[in-house]
Write a protein that binds this ligand. Structure first.
Ligand code: PAF
Length: 280
């Protein structure tokens, strides 16, 4: 496995692959890799001749600088995991390499990027689009792999790819969960054992809400009240939305696919956890 830090090295090695007609898969990450990332990399390895994994803790997508500071950094362990998964190239650039000067580009795809995470983390998706568009330009992948855990992020990236007319297949991969149902996330390492057990209630309640055959408003209120009743958990938002545009729905018939997206604060620090469930 080749580990490169500069765009020039990355492009040189990918040019060689392209000359041989090899397909390229890209898995963008911010490091602190876990089983969820491994599943993306393994899928890319199966579907492409070459898999590039980027590890870059992108400062422009963090509106909360404290969140950026405490984000886990585990480059050595990440590379060991990627080697086992069969990735061929790791791209781990410095901030100066990616942003030699501030990126002033503005991406705007309402309502998709304006609601939920977009409303509570102003500038977050602009930062995601800045880095992902740069990575797409450097790597020019045939396919790029993203975890459905960040459901809204995939919807925004699809809009960006459409807008920039990029010929890249965005592959959405299913959420990988711990045995308790908790969605795997790099942020889970910041939770104590007790908080991890609490956090497992998020998906339990979401799953229960799907079985209850309630209206959209009742489903919303059920999820929020059940989770808020658990000491140590506090819902920031729970939105039931069109699975494509992410516009709010008020009845189950308002859209072809309907998804419930939730963000919950967990524990003393607290740690912000996101999850979602598909209703139809
Ligand atoms: O999902 C993530 O880890 C990040 O938002 C991404 C896509 C790697 C961009 O920094």
């Amino acid at each position: 496995m080749l580990i490169v830090q500069t765009i020039a090295e990355l492009k040189a090695c990918l040019n060689g692959e392209r000359e041989q007609g090899h397909s390229v898969g890209l898995v963008p990450t911010m490091g602190a890799l876990h089983a969820g990332h491994a599943s993306l990399v393994e899928r890319s390895v199966k579907e492409n001749d070459v898999t590039v994994v980027s590890i870059f803790l992108n400062p422009t997508q963090f509106n909360d600088k404290k969140d950026l500071e405490r984000y886990p950094r585990t480059l050595e362990a990440d590379c060991e995991l990627l080697e086992k998964c069969g990735a061929q190239v790791v791209f781990a650039p410095s901030v100066d390499e990616v942003y030699p000067e501030p990126d002033t580009r503005v991406f705007s795809y309402p309502p998709t990027d304006a609601v939920m995470e977009g409303a509570f983390r102003p500038g977050h998706f602009n930062g995601v689009c800045q880095i992902v568009s740069k990575l797409f330009d450097y790597v020019e992948p045939d396919r790029a792999y993203f975890g459905e855990k960040d459901y809204q992020q995939i919807c925004v990236i699809r809009r960006m790819v459409e807008d920039l007319k990029m010929d890249i297949n965005i592959v959405a991969c299913p959420v990988i969960r711990e045995e308790s149902g908790l969605a795997r996330s790099s942020r889970n390492t910041l939770l104590s054992d007790e908080e991890r057990q609490l956090a497992a209630h998020i998906y339990r309640v979401l799953s229960e809400s799907r079985k209850k055959q309630m209206s959209v408003a009742e489903t919303h209120d059920f999820v929020v009240s059940e989770i808020d009743a658990i000491e140590g958990l506090k819902v920031q938002y729970f939105s039931i939305v069109d699975g494509l545009t992410l516009a709010d729905v008020s009845t189950w018939d308002d859209a072809e696919s309907v998804v419930g997206c939730i963000t919950v604060y967990c524990g003393a620090v607290p740690i912000r956890l996101i999850d979602h469930i598909r209703y139809k």
